[in-house]
Design a protein around this ligand. Structure first.
Ligand SMILES: C[S@@+](CC[C@H](N)C(=O)[O-])C[C@H]1O[C@@H](n2cnc3c(N)ncnc32)[C@H](O)[C@@H]1O
Length: 384
């Protein structure tokens, strides 16, 4: 892997910030705090600084970057909600390059179903800038609809979408060993970042350890808990007056998430399309992520007054949304390079060995008068 001197100097500056934070905390910080610093330290974190993250020349590729068909199909699901609302706005969390926003808006324009506004809440100032540049040049006629917000509105009627956002939220990593639970912390020893166990840093983690223990019978294992993502769902429930939330991410129901075969947890890092499991190297230069525990999000949604309307694999969600019909409508029938690459993209999005099964779509709703038949295809809510 080639790390150029400028990138290395950038990482060294973030390392100094982490070192100071560890010193201020008396020698160690919870992994969740370390992950937050690595991804979101203003100007230095992986998402806050200016590197190319998405696509062929970045560190990883997300579904909207693979093919516009992903966002076009999501637009079809969005229209099912729109038909039931008296006003209609869209809100996207963590919009990455802005590609999904552009492709959703273009599809809604073709279908004569545009929202009043397309709001974006983006944690990274650098990505906000890139989104503005991309959207103003790609969809100049629709650009006035796009509005960036710093925080959730007090009230919202419409559809909220978040693709691969929960997995970028800082999570608590727990370690069960010698009949006791500890939380994984990060320390510095002789100038090198190291793991060290410490006490649970948040009162609600204690109750969670009891739940996790029901799924494991090993004497030692690691497990993650994403309290930030659960708090985020609660905040969405609070602001959504009527409409739906589509959360798409790689992840599992609780029994699969805490299955003994995942005894090392689900933490993963990506740099230059190379995946590995060591978040302690290259701070600020690599993405740190983990799978999403969807049962916890669904439980939080229910307790906050939302309905859990669907839980599907990405493949079933896209097939139910009509991805094949959308492809057929766009293809001339001739075998061209373009039709070949479209078919390859659909395979990447839907095959079980690719993104089709590891990614899931959780649909949460509030106040909708009618059911959503597309969400009944291979509905897996029973597994939550
Ligand atoms: C893995 S990228 C996914 C980008 C895009 N949704 C896609 O599918 O290509 C995660 C995105 O979420 C943003 N993000 C992470 N945490 C966030 C938060 N709490 N609020 C808003 N955006 C967040 C990141 O800056 C980044 O844009």
């Amino acid at each position: 892997m080639n790390i150029d001197p400028i990138a290395q100097a950038h990482s060294d500056r973030l390392f100094a910030v982490i070192q100071q934070r560890i010193a201020d905390a008396g020698g160690k910080i919870p992994f969740a705090d370390y992950m937050q610093l690595c991804l979101h330290t203003p100007g230095l974190g992986y998402y806050s600084a200016g590197s190319q993250k998405f696509g062929k020349h970045g560190d990883y590729t997300t579904a909207p970057e693979i093919s516009p068909l992903f966002s076009q199909t999501l637009a079809r699901h969005i229209q099912d909600i729109r038909q039931q609302l008296s006003e209609f706005n869209l809100l996207e969390f963590g919009a990455g390059s802005g590609k999904m926003a552009a492709d959703i808006l273009l599809q809604l324009e073709r279908d004569k179903a545009l929202p009043d506004h397309y709001y974006i809440i983006e944690a990274s100032a650098d990505l906000q800038y890139r989104q503005r540049e991309y959207l103003s040049s790609t969809i100049p006629n629709l650009f006035e609809k796009v509005i960036w917000l710093d925080q959730l509105p007090a009230q919202f009627v419409g559809v909220i979408v978040a693709n691969e956002v929960c997995d970028a939220m800082p999570l608590h990593r727990l370690h069960f060993s010698q009949d006791a639970w500890q939380e994984c912390h990060i320390t510095i020893n002789n100038g090198v970042l190291e793991w060290v166990d410490g006490p649970l840093s948040n009162a609600s983690l204690k109750q969670r350890t009891e739940l996790i223990s029901q799924h494991h019978d090993q004497t030692e294992f690691f497990a993650e808990v994403n309290l930030a993502a659960e708090g985020w769902v609660a905040s969405l429930a609070d602001c959504l007056q009527q409409g739906a939330i589509f959360i798409i991410d790689y992840g599992h129901d609780r029994a699969s998430y805490y299955h003994p075969e995942r005894s090392q947890g689900t933490l993963m890092c990506y740099v230059q399309h190379h995946g590995h499991d060591n978040p302690l190297i290259l701070p600020g230069l690599q993405d740190i992520t983990s799978h999403v525990e969807f049962t916890a999000l669904a439980e939080m949604a229910l307790s906050c007054g939302l309905d859990v309307e669907g839980f599907q694999t990405q493949a079933d969600f896209l097939l139910a949304g009509g991805i094949i019909e959308l492809l057929a409508a766009q293809s001339s029938g001739d075998v061209t390079l373009d039709s070949f690459s479209q078919t390859t993209a659909i395979k990447r999005l839907t095959l079980p060995s690719e993104m089709g099964e590891s990614f899931k779509a959780l649909t949460l709703t509030k106040g909708l008068p009618e059911l959503l038949p597309r969400l009944r295809l291979a509905d897996r809510r029973y597994s939550l």
